[in-house]
Design a protein around this ligand. Structure first.
Ligand SMILES: *[C@@H]1O[C@H](CO)[C@@H](O)[C@H](O)[C@H]1NC(C)=O
Ligand SMILES: *[C@@H]1O[C@H](CO)[C@@H](O)[C@H](O)[C@H]1NC(C)=O
Length: 286
């Protein structure tokens, strides 16, 4: 309780000091300094122009501080802008989109698998003034936040979701990152999850599972084929059984095939009638 009240008093004193500074910056002393600076510019006229006029590129903005205070009217640029020597300082801010390659992060997923995930984040400065005034290094902060957000987002999900719903996850990441970086004048445009690397053992296990599934499917297909083939054979045998001439023709065809393929083998054709005789004999015995 006492600590809190002390803190409050400290804050109050800081505020009071801030107020005093404000009086100095915008007050009589500041006005005198500004006038002196103008006088300097006018006295050294042709040469002072080289110092006073600055140029920023189309994609840049200049945030100007006059005696330590942000100049009203926001960031200047693109093109030419004016500063007073000695009392103005300015910072250039690049507004172009930057790409940040998030290094691979070791993440423990919700179902306790360690995976290594990396991503790419595309972001740009949205508001130059805020990106200079509110945060010491907006880019560094955004990058660190991207890393932790990646880890947190992945840690909240089971592995199968990470593997199958990358688009959704990167969308969610983009939204949460963008919300967090609003205070720094940064707009996160896009997040892409590049790669999810699994541990080698798990990779092997998953490969074995997939292979087993494929093998099972192959066996089913082979069995179905066999079934169809046997049905076709039965139909064929029925047809042959109906007409003895068909059997004779088939016999001759087989002989033809054998003589063509194995032309070094000598085949002595046995009259089919003999065969049928034996067939009938065996049928009679049965
Ligand atoms: C940047 O933020 C400041 C402070 O919130 C605001 O006054 C200014 O209009 C913003 N500039 C742009 C370009 O949005
Ligand atoms: C025997 O068959 C082979 C190929 O199977 C062929 O090159 C050869 O000419 C044939 N011989 C005769 C005598 O037909």
């Amino acid at each position: 309780m006492r600590a809190v009240s002390l803190e409050c008093r400290q804050v109050a004193r800081d505020a009071a000091e801030d107020g005093n500074n404000k009086d100095v910056g915008g007050g009589a002393c500041g006005k005198i300094l500004i006038m002196l600076s103008w006088a300097l510019v006018i006295i050294t006229m042709p040469f002072s122009l080289f110092v006073c006029f600055k140029v920023v590129q189309e994609y840049e903005r200049a945030v100007i501080f006059r005696l330590g205070r942000l100049l009203s009217g926001g960031a200047k640029g693109p093109g030419i802008f004016f500063i007073l020597p000695c009392i103005d300082s300015y910072a250039r801010v690049d507004l172009r989109t930057r790409t940040y390659d998030v290094p691979p992060q070791e993440v423990l997923t919700k179902d306790s698998v360690t995976v290594s995930v990396d991503a790419v984040v595309y972001y740009r400065v949205n508001n130059a003034t805020i990106s200079i005034a509110n945060v010491e290094n907006a880019h560094h902060s955004t990058r660190l936040l991207a890393q932790t957000t990646l880890r947190n987002t992945m840690g909240m999900r089971p592995l199968h979701e990470i593997l199958s719903e990358r688009e959704t996850i990167s969308g969610n990441m983009q939204i949460s990152l963008d919300e967090a970086t609003d205070a720094w004048g940064i707009k996160v445009e896009r997040v892409e999850i590049k790669d999810v690397r699994l541990p080698v053992q798990l990779q092997r296990a998953m490969a074995a599972e997939a292979e087993a599934a494929r093998e099972a499917r192959a066996k089913v297909i082979a069995a179905e084929g066999e079934q169809k083939a046997s049905r076709a054979l039965r139909e064929a045998s029925e047809v042959i059984g109906d007409s003895p001439a068909a059997l004779q023709l088939r016999y001759l065809q087989t002989l033809n095939t054998i003589s063509a393929e194995k032309n070094s083998t000598i085949v002595f054709p046995l009259p089919i009638d003999l065969v049928t005789y034996f067939l009938k004999a065996s049928e009679a015995r049965a």
